[in-house]
Design a protein around this ligand. Structure first.
Ligand SMILES: [Zn+2]
Length: 418
């Protein structure tokens, strides 16, 4: 197979580098550096054989002999020793839609293939930590979910269904976010669609919070109130508002960055405030037994602290705003935002589980038992509606007339010129 077909998007990328060399086509671009000056090549130490053989007596000569005999079999490992990962770009070398505020370097190619994107998660670039700070917590939440599956009866005990929905959604949102960060550099359109799914998963997570709070966290005096009875249907409406607003905000990002930021922040803050009102009332105003100090309440307080920190990091763009370019790879606000969100979710999960166990007797005696329709049914309805919203916002991007080969070449050249 011709090399260009394997990684067509890497064609011609390397000419932009200022190091005096160039990347060869296809796989060669990630495997081997070709020097421009003939004399320079000799100075670059490239091992054609395993390092340990250099130290063996006549090791190199023996290896050469083996290589000549079975070239095809032995070339793969020797080539792998000289693997070089795809080139990264600075902010002025990528189109505006890919640029992040105050992140100057470490950008991946804006037309990477799916495989490039997966490989790039093992290469240090400005998205790597974003990917892993949500991929690893996915496994942590999955592990907690599996432990709960072995101790609770999710199949027949309807009291546990709100927790089941919540656990499903706290596994899904970090995984979706991790995928969005991984595949966001395939094209401008795919970047938007990836983040549409990310926002959709986050708004579904807000529904998971509403369902679990509605059944386990609600203060005693609000149980069976009008708000309690309509808590989940309103939360479904909130997910639609959240997904629509956040998806729409992407279309304003390049032209009106401030307006886009305000819209997106509002999109996530509104469902958060709605979900949290009963908890805050329970903590501050206090009524009945539900506000006596407990493990559940202290975990909820930690969650609220981290939720405020998450919101602050999302809007403030600190610390990279103070030193643009210094936190491109480690420590920029989006990475801290991911970590803070995950730690907050951990405390929230502990709080929900603690409330669920400690308030079981009171809630089953005074409140209505969770129904299948009010828990799994609400999740399925909200999922379908939110997928519909994502479909509506994605359709114009997917139906856009595909670029002609000349146009696509021009995009690649844009990277070369700068
Ligand atoms: Zn993110």
């Amino acid at each position: 197979m011709p090399e260009g077909r394997v990684f067509p998007v890497w064609r011609g990328i390397g000419a932009s580098s200022g190091g005096g060399g160039g990347w060869s086509q296809g796989w060669g671009q990630c495997l081997r550096w070709e020097s421009d000056s003939p004399g320079e090549g000799a100075r670059i130490p490239v091992f054609d054989y395993p390092v340990w053989l250099v130290f063996c007596r006549r090791g190199r000569a023996r290896l050469r002999e083996v290589c000549q005999r079975g070239r095809g079999a032995i070339r793969l490992p020797t080539d792998m020793l000289s693997i070089k990962l795809p080139q990264l770009f600075d902010i002025h070398q990528v189109p505006k839609v890919f640029r992040e505020e105050n992140i100057i370097s470490g950008y991946r190619h804006p037309r990477s293939s799916a495989l490039d994107c997966v490989l790039s998660s093992f290469q240090m670039n400005n998205e790597t930590i974003n990917i892993w700070t949500h991929f690893l917590p996915t496994w942590y939440f999955l592990w907690r979910f599996c432990v709960l599956c072995s101790t609770l009866n999710f199949l027949t005990d309807s009291y546990t269904w709100p927790l089941l929905v919540y656990m499903l959604l706290i596994c899904i949102y970090p995984f979706t976010s991790s995928c969005a960060h991984t595949f966001s550099t395939m094209s401008a359109e795919s970047r938007h669609i990836c983040y549409f799914f990310d926002y959709g998963a986050l708004s579904l997570y807000s529904l998971g919070c509403a369902i679990s709070y509605g059944y386990y966290v609600m203060p005693d005096c609000w149980v069976n109130s009008l708000l309690h009875q309509h808590f989940v249907p309103i939360a479904i409406g909130n997910t639609l508002f959240c997904t629509s607003m956040s998806c729409y905000s992407r279309f304003l990002e390049v032209q009106f960055p401030q307006r886009s930021k305000v819209l997106r922040t509002a999109a996530f803050v509104v469902p958060f405030i709605f979900d949290t009102v009963p908890l805050v009332y329970r903590i501050i105003v206090c009524c009945g037994e539900s506000c006596t100090p407990s493990d559940g309440l202290s975990n909820h307080c930690y969650h609220l602290l981290f939720a405020f920190l998450t919101c602050f990091l999302f809007t403030a763009h600190l610390p990279e705003r103070l030193a643009p370019g210094r936190f491109d790879y480690f420590g920029h606000s989006h990475q801290l935002f991911h970590v803070s969100a995950v730690v907050g979710t951990h405390f929230q999960m502990e709080g929900v589980i603690a409330d669920m166990s400690s308030r079981r007797a009171w809630l089953t005696a005074h409140g209505a038992m969770p129904s299948f329709l009010g828990t799994m049914g609400a999740l399925v309805v909200s999922l379908v509606l939110n997928l519909g919203v994502i479909g509506i916002f994605s359709a114009p991007l997917l139906w856009k007339p595909s670029r002609s080969p000349n146009q696509s070449h021009a995009t690649t050249c844009e990277c070369k010129k700068h």
